[in-house]
Design a protein around this ligand. Structure first.
Ligand code: OAD
Length: 233
């Protein structure tokens, strides 16, 4: 695949919306029901770990019930002709389950837990995390999630991928959370860019961008078909 063009895709909660997983900033989104600082910050964890565990245990149960939709599948199918790197803000594993082989998770993974005192101690986790569940060093387990006010360890690797993209696609993200949203500044201005979202965020400052105002399950297969056709010719 060394001669293949490289497609880099930045995804957000919208790509998984049609798999039944809630987005964050919609009127019925997760941040309407929960305060970010209560459930997704180190302060929230210190103040009320049970609340944080309850929140993420529910996210894990939802992910285990969800199945990839046509949007995830179209992204995976691009691997037939392209080198594809998916950079996702999502904590679900729907890209992997759809068949994508290179997925960078910027904000962690819900099907993993980690030690509270040693961020390198990471475990597979398909059940609820309970108060009293401990890592091998004896500290409470927490979800393997990057919270607000925490560093985003994968951001440099992601920026490197974005800066070497031949084609860049954005799907289902409001582009409101940094540093993830800042990745779009690493794409070369001449690189063709596509954005799929039923509510197009402000990307007027980007050159060579085509906005497809559709849901992921419709817009992404259409776009993938076009890109795969171009390569076949
Ligand atoms: P948001 O909830 O901010 O944005 C979701 C985006 O998906 C919006 O632009 C919607 O228009 C779009 N959308 C909705 N339904 C869609 C569909 N069927 N197909 C395609 N797009 C659709 O979610 P994110 O941008 O992913 O971080 O949020 C970024 C980060 O903020 C999350 O990773 C999370 C959150 O706080 C952490 O928890 C650290």
């Amino acid at each position: 695949m060394t001669n293949s063009k490289k497609v880099v895709i930045l995804t957000g909660a919208g790509i998984s919306a049609e798999s039944g997983l809630k987005t964050f900033r919609a009127t019925d989104g997760l941040w309407e029901e929960h305060r970010i600082e209560d459930v997704a910050s180190p302060e929230g964890w210190r103040n009320n770990p049970q609340l944080v565990l309850d929140f993420y245990n529910q996210r894990r149960r939802d992910v285990l019930k969800a199945i990839p939709n046509k949007g995830h599948i179209a992204i995976a199918e691009l691997e037939e002709k392209f080198e594809v790197v998916v950079i996702t803000q999502n904590i679900d594993n729907l890209h992997e389950r759809a068949g994508s082989s290179k997925v960078i998770h910027l904000h962690g993974e819900i099907l993993k837990s980690r030690s509270t005192i040693d961020s390198k101690l990471i475990y597979k986790c398909e059940k609820d995390i309970l108060i009293g569940d401990k890592c091998e060093k004896g500290s409470q387990l927490r979800p393997f999630i990057v919270w607000f006010n925490e560093a985003v360890p994968m951001i440099e690797i992601a920026a490197k991928e974005v800066s070497s993209a031949d084609i860049f696609i954005i799907v289902g993200t409001s582009l409101q959370v940094y540093p993830a949203a800042g990745l779009i500044n690493y794409v070369h201005p001449m690189v063709p860019k596509f954005l799929v979202d039923p509510n197009i965020p402000d990307v007027n400052f980007l050159k060579n961008i085509v906005c497809i105002e559709k849901k992921g399950s419709e817009g992404m297969p259409e776009l993938a078909e076009k890109l795969l056709k171009i390569i076949k010719q």
